[in-house]
Design a binder for this molecule. Structure first.
Ligand SMILES: C[C@H](N)C(=O)N[C@@H](CCCCN)C(=O)O
Length: 453
């Protein structure tokens, strides 16, 4: 009887998964917007005169405010201080505002001749918008991660994180697949407009989730059996930073994701220029990892929940990434089917590492430090997401222009792919060190998540 009385919203399987579905929609819209400009790189160069450095600057802008204005750190602190609902709504509003500004940059300012800080007005304002969007998207990311840890504690936490990431990948896949056909059928800016509409839907979805979350908080407060969660204090930052597990996860995260997200932004062009894949179809190939991750991330997540072995899964994922990037870098291997198979392997790696890494953070840190821990990890990851596209854009401009057709540069991707291979190799080394640290400090990364009744 008393068990029934203490039943909370998240004890109902249907309600906790429904709540996840609602917030996952917000993140799906965020991922759509995040990726929708990438397949348009060549069209942006042809129609708006955006060169590779402009594109690298724009792509890196996603992380600029997060890194240089420490927005992710503030976001994490706000999350642990003011909670999931306030932070999530704030993040969603920032995403909508940033995307609207980005849209303005590629529409109203498309033909402007003004130059700001050495960049065309359209490039600069779109990048400012993308930067604001990036703050919202990253803060939304840590908020959703923390809310999953709260709603699924002692339950299917890794599966839930996997499902959320998988649903987000639908957004990415849709962006990669639709951007070029939509831009060709309508207008170059139409894909971004679609993203803006989706994000407004995502904002409404987060407000709806907040109603459920408020109810859950009341139930937790009324439940005499539930243990009061310790409040976050600024001293916790020191505790997080002095934990070797934090540094290893953060380094693995920055290195691994630097080989995936920035690579994907340039990959549509790689598919066309090196593998001769039709431009209309190239985005779909680049979207394959997202599609694969859609199925595989929840599968690997539930494996981590039931069997554990997160430490080994991260190592295998990193090793696969080395193979993929190294093979892409070899000039003589240029069959379209090789490019496709490599993308599928990248998709498997891209499912293995996130499904094991993100739930591992919740094992290393207590609940009241989670928002800040995730924020600090995202912060370090964002340094890579800012620096790597800029680095690749610069390398392309300086060393990789193979020819110029109708004023549009063609790029050789050998050096950029070797750079990605280097990052992947380092991520494997860190994965191995994490396994050693796991043994030494007893984080329990090899253990299953689901509590046995
Ligand atoms: C880019 C963002 N900071 C990120 O790392 N996203 C992850 C998902 C993180 C979710 C954690 N529960 C991704 O793999 O997309």
């Amino acid at each position: 009887m008393s068990v029934e009385l203490n039943k909370k919203l998240n004890d109902s399987k249907f309600t906790r998964w429904m709540a996840l579905g609602v917030v996952a929609f917000t993140m799906m819209a965020a991922y759509f917007v995040n990726d929708v400009m990438a397949p348009l790189k060549t069209m942006l160069e042809g129609q708006l005169g955006w060169g590779s450095t402009d594109f690298g600057f724009y792509t890196g802008a996603y992380s600029f405010l997060n890194v240089f204005f420490l927005m992710l750190i503030w976001g994490g602190l706000i999350l642990d201080r003011f909670g999931i609902r306030f932070t999530g709504k704030l993040a969603a509003i920032l995403m909508v505002f940033g995307t609207a500004l980005q849209y303005y940059g590629i529409t109203e300012l498309a033909d402007s001749n003004s130059v700001y800080f050495g960049y065309k007005a359209g490039v600069f304002i779109s990048s400012v918008g993308y930067s604001i969007f990036g703050v919202g998207a990253e803060v939304a990311g840590i908020t959703v991660t923390k809310l999953i840890a709260k709603w699924f504690k002692g339950k299917e936490m890794a599966t839930a994180m996997g499902v959320q990431v998988a649903l987000a990948r639908i957004g990415s896949q849709a962006a990669y697949t639709l951007a070029i056909p939509v831009a060709k059928s309508f207008h170059l800016d139409t894909p971004v407009l679609i993203g803006l509409v989706l994000l407004v839907g995502g904002l409404i979805a987060f407000f709806a989730f907040s109603v459920l979350d408020k109810k859950l908080d009341k139930q937790i407060k009324d439940d005499k059996t539930s243990v009061d969660e310790e409040k976050f204090s600024i001293k916790d930052v020191g505790a997080i930073l002095s934990n070797p597990g934090f540094w290893l996860i953060a380094l693995l995260c920055v290195l691994f994701y630097s080989c995936v997200f920035p690579f994907q932004k340039f990959a549509t062009e790689l598919m066309v220029s090196k593998y001769g894949i039709d431009a209309d179809f190239a985005g779909s190939i680049v979207g394959l990892p997202a599609l694969g991750a859609l199925i595989l991330t929840p599968v690997f997540g539930s494996l981590v929940d039931s069997k554990g072995k997160a430490d080994n899964i991260m190592i295998i994922g990193a090793a696969m990434l080395i193979f993929v990037h190294l093979t892409y870098s070899i000039p003589s291997i240029n069959g379209w089917w090789v490019a496709t198979v490599l993308m599928i392997i990248l998709g498997i790696a891209f499912s293995l590492v996130p499904s094991a890494m993100w739930p591992s953070v919740a094992k290393i840190f207590p609940a009241h430090q989670l928002g800040t821990a995730y924020a600090l990890i995202f912060f370090i990851q964002n340094i890579g997401l800012w620096g790597v596209p800029n680095l690749i854009g610069w390398i392309q401009k300086e060393f990789c222009i193979s020819e110029t057709i109708n004023g549009v540069n063609q790029y050789d991707y050998t050096i950029p792919m070797l750079v990605f291979t280097g990052f992947a190799t380092l991520s494997l080394v860190i994965g191995l060190l994490l396994k050693v640290a796991n043994k030494k400090y007893g984080y329990g990364l090899e253990k299953a998540n689901i509590e046995k009744k």
